[in-house]
Write a protein that binds this ligand. Structure first.
Ligand code: FAD
Length: 437
């Protein structure tokens, strides 16, 4: 068997690197008994554990995390807690019920996060002013037409902006057209997951650096650890694309590796060249376009690579290579900042299914699972985690029905076909990306 550390590799790059070092919580060893075990402390697992704790105040809930909190994808993403999803590739009136279903889930997740951040006073640079959805080249201009039709048909508040208006707000002339949708929050993702983890209900016990190596089901579930086991009544899997490592979602999910870079903190003059907004977030209307943020602490952050890399993070050398692609895109957007160096590069892995669906529900009699949100798990994962806890408790709600209505996932063939198919699927998101990259 591979060493645990090989199986759950990590590094401190990216958003976690901007925070004080995290003191590792306890790891779990020995034999234990728990009513519920949640595996994975990302947005899904944290919100599932929190809701289980609230619903079962008399029961002991264990939350087991393979790495340190904030080192998984939940602490490595671009930090957009989305309420309004982009659906690229065309606007179909007949799909409106589906668009609404997904946006209802997003909105619930955003509301849950907002409520937790406010109630627990989590310092995570929470900024709820929505995002800029932009188009720079031919393919994304077509997406712009679809996107504005969709916003109008869905009666979603938005403001259309031309190149001049975008340039005044964002300090770049790259974008020819755009829309500001004022719903959605920007966050420092590693700070947010840490804050959620450090404020769980008292009956939820978090164990870090405690990878689950396998599950044996029966009347009770045996959760196997490197140095022990937990016997649980119910288990909740929130391990995203790594569910495959413990025998779930095989042939249904894979990891796509994304990478981005941060500048150092900009000087006042450099910041002034970007307009007057304190912070902002740009989402490209092209699926392969760059995600660009000005963060509250005055850094620019740009992510524009995605590839199939065996579901693994990038090495230092690989990150340096990807950084050249980030740099080219950065200097093209911000010629006034060509002297500003990057300070960090980071990578993260997102879980994607062939048909971009999500996973939710019962896997076996007492084993539940939620995950796989492609690039939108901050709010959606939060909603799915809460819904999973409520569903297992026999709850019924619009949120649960919406999560249960996720389409079944398309089949992903095993290796070596997987490598070819995965490379093709991930590469296809960049088709026609042009100046949006
Ligand atoms: C670069 C990048 C940018 C992104 N940008 C955005 C964005 O701006 N907005 C957005 O909404 N989404 C974004 N995403 C996607 C988002 O990060 C994911 O959808 C989200 O993290 C999924 O949350 P999760 O809790 O389901 O899974 P994860 O965040 O992957 O958490 C799963 C956790 O389970 C742990 N784990 C795995 N296996 C085991 C095991 N066997 N035992 C114990 N623990 C285990 C992992 O260590 C991990 O901490 C981005 C992703 C990447 C990589």
């Amino acid at each position: 068997m591979a060493k645990v550390s090989d199986k759950f590799a990590s590094d401190r790059h990216g958003w976690a690197e901007l925070l004080p070092e995290r003191r590792a919580g306890d790891a779990l060893t020995g034999s234990h008994r728990a009513a519920c075990v949640v595996i994975g402390a990302g947005f899904t697992g944290l919100s599932c554990a929190e809701r289980l704790g609230e619903l079962n105040p008399e029961k002991q809930i264990f939350l087991l995390e393979a790495r340190l909190v904030g080192e998984g994808s939940s602490g490595r993403n671009s930090g957009y807690a989305v309420a309004v999803s982009q659906f690229s590739g065309g606007f179909e009136r007949s799909e409106i019920p589906e668009y609404k279903r997904i946006n209802r889930i997003n909105a619930q997740g955003l509301a849950l996060l907002r409520q937790r951040v406010m109630a627990k006073q989590i310092e995570c640079q929470w900024d709820e002013n929505g995002f800029y959805h932009t188009a720079a080249d031919k393919a994304s201009k077509r997406e712009y037409e679809y996107f504005t039709c969709y916003l109008e048909a869905m009666e979603i508040e938005h403001r259309v902006l031309d190149q001049q208006q975008l340039s005044e707000r964002l300090g770049t002339e790259t974008y020819k057209l755009g829309v500001h949708v004022p719903i959605g929050a920007l966050v420092q993702p590693a700070a947010l997951v840490r804050g959620l983890a450090d404020n769980l209900p008292e009956n939820v016990r978090l164990f870090e650096q405690t990878p689950v190596l396998g599950l044996k089901d029966g009347d009770k579930v045996t959760v196997q650890l490197a140095g022990g086991k937990v016997i649980a009544d119910e288990v909740f899997i929130a391990t995203n694309y790594e569910a495959v490592k413990i025998g779930f979602l095989r042939g249904r999910i894979l990891g796509s590796t994304l990478a981005g870079s941060f500048t150092r903190i900009l000087s006042d003059d450099e910041r002034a060249s970007l307009g007057s907004l304190e912070q902002w977030g740009v989402l490209s209307l092209h699926s392969g376009g760059a995600t660009v943020r000005l963060t509250e602490d005055g850094r620019l952050c740009l992510r524009n690579t995605a590839e199939y890399h065996g579901g693994e993070l990038m090495s230092e050398a690989e990150l340096l290579e990807r950084q050249k692609i980030h740099r080219e895109s950065f200097e093209r957007r911000f010629p006034q900042l060509v002297d500003v160096p990057f300070e960090f590069a980071w990578s993260g892995v997102e879980g994607i299914s062939r048909n971009f669906t999500n996973f939710f529900g019962r896997q076996r009699s007492n084993i539940y699972l939620a995950g796989g949100y492609n690039g939108s798990g901050v709010s959606r994962g939060t909603a799915f985690g809460t819904a999973l806890a409520e569903y297992a408790a026999g709850g019924q709600s619009q949120l649960i029905s919406d999560c249960l209505a996720s389409q079944p996932a398309g089949w992903i063939p095993p290796r070596p076909l997987l490598d070819i198919g995965a490379k093709f699927t991930v590469a296809s998101r960049f088709r026609g990306v042009g100046l949006d990259r």
